[in-house]
Design a protein around this ligand. Structure first.
Ligand SMILES: Nc1ncnc2c1ncn2[C@@H]1O[C@H](COP(=O)(O)OP(=O)(O)OP(=O)(O)O)[C@@H](O)[C@H]1O
Ligand SMILES: N[C@@H](CCO)C(=O)O
Length: 320
């Protein structure tokens, strides 16, 4: 369950009175999700998601909410934060920062075909291009600096083999980040967590991408690598499956062809993305923030993915 802060209908009705969005028809707590309190809110005027932020501070939220609004205004399918009558999109309920965003229709597709991956690739490239003139700046808060702080804290829980893998990869990524090739990569505001459970489809058509609360400024190929590592994976081996990888990469490149330096550094970005999520899953597993964190994702999955990416020295463009 993920309703950490319970709300009743009268509290939501009082909140809705600040908007011109009609009156409450239905309120339903959302069980999935491990970060925030989420409710589906249906009014006489539409379908929305009400989120009470349990982890993020009110200072961080404008970056995410204004980015979602910016993308929605550029016809990218993302939840659009609703403004109250005073024009505010960041609200407060029960002393928690809160947002009311449009509800996307559909369901997540956990066993995607190449056609789903192609739609994700196209959407991702369009998002990158649409965010080019987004004016707010915030680093990827789960980037290398956070990993450098977090990895030493999880090392005591790991075997010698795991420690060698994670420490070597952190050193590799740290060295790479200091190169001019890496510094010159095209970058901008990116989703940074575009997994299968953060996109919805209706009749196999992508209806949108949600959960923008890990977004930040990072390289575009990092964002692409996060998506490839999840959407195109063959779970038992951790390897990328060729048809889905080709579909996602081709569709991305039809919107925005990768530069030569991006093609050269994509294998390293796949490793960086695996390291990022192995680290966060280890932290969620071994260093839970509080009793709320109910079902941490399996860290061993990204250990496998990282090992595979390090060993494979794969030529991704053999697929493309
Ligand atoms: N804008 C939206 N439109 C439709 N469904 C949504 C939307 N936002 C959230 N949901 C639904 O709510 C569920 C929980 O949301 P989400 O995954 O963002 O949880 P969270 O706790 O905020 O984050 P996390 O995924 O990191 O645990 C999603 O699986 C999805 O079903
Ligand atoms: N997508 C992340 C969870 C954070 O949203 C993971 O699978 O580890």
């Amino acid at each position: 369950m993920a309703v950490f802060t319970p709300l009743d209908a009268s509290e939501v009705e009082a909140f809705l009175a600040r908007f011109d969005l009609g009156t409450l028809c239905e309120l339903q707590g959302i069980a999935s999700g491990i970060e925030n309190t989420n409710y589906f809110v249906t009014t006489t005027r539409g379908r929305f998601v009400l989120t009470l932020f349990e982890r993020l501070s009110a200072e961080q939220l404008p970056f995410y909410l204004r980015l979602m609004h910016h993308l929605a205004a550029h016809a990218i399918p993302v939840p659009d934060p609703m403004a109250d009558r005073e024009g505010h999109i960041l609200h407060r309920i029960k002393d928690k920062p809160a947002a009311l965003v449009t509800r996307l229709p559909g369901h997540s597709v956990m066993q995607p075909a190449a056609s789903h991956c192609a739609q994700i690739g196209r959407c991702l490239a369009r998002m990158h291009l649409a965010a080019r003139d987004y004016p707010l700046q915030q680093p990827n808060l789960r980037g290398l600096a956070w990993q450098q702080q977090t990895i030493p804290r999880v090392l005591p829980y790991m075997s010698a083999g795991q420690r060698a893998l994670i420490v070597n990869e952190l050193a590799h990524q740290t060295a790479l980040a200091a190169t001019s090739a890496h510094a010159g990569l095209p970058r901008g505001a990116v989703h940074a967590d575009l997994f299968r459970d953060n996109a919805l489809f209706e009749n196999d058509r992508l209806t949108g991408v949600f959960d923008w609360y890990f977004a930040g400024v990072d390289s575009w190929i990092f964002d692409l690598a996060v998506a490839l590592n999840d959407w195109c994976i063959d779970p038992p081996s951790g390897a990328l499956e060729s048809a889905r990888t080709r579909a996602l990469l081709d569709a991305y490149q039809r919107e925005r062809p990768l530069q030569a330096d991006e093609r050269a550094l994509l294998p390293d970005a796949l490793r960086a993305a695996a390291l990022r999520f192995w680290t966060s899953r280890l932290a969620d597993y071994h260093l839970p923030r509080d009793a709320h964190l109910l079902t941490p994702h399996d860290p061993a999955h990204f250990e496998r993915v990282l090992r595979q990416r390090v060993d494979a020295e794969q030529n991704l463009f053999a697929f493309a």
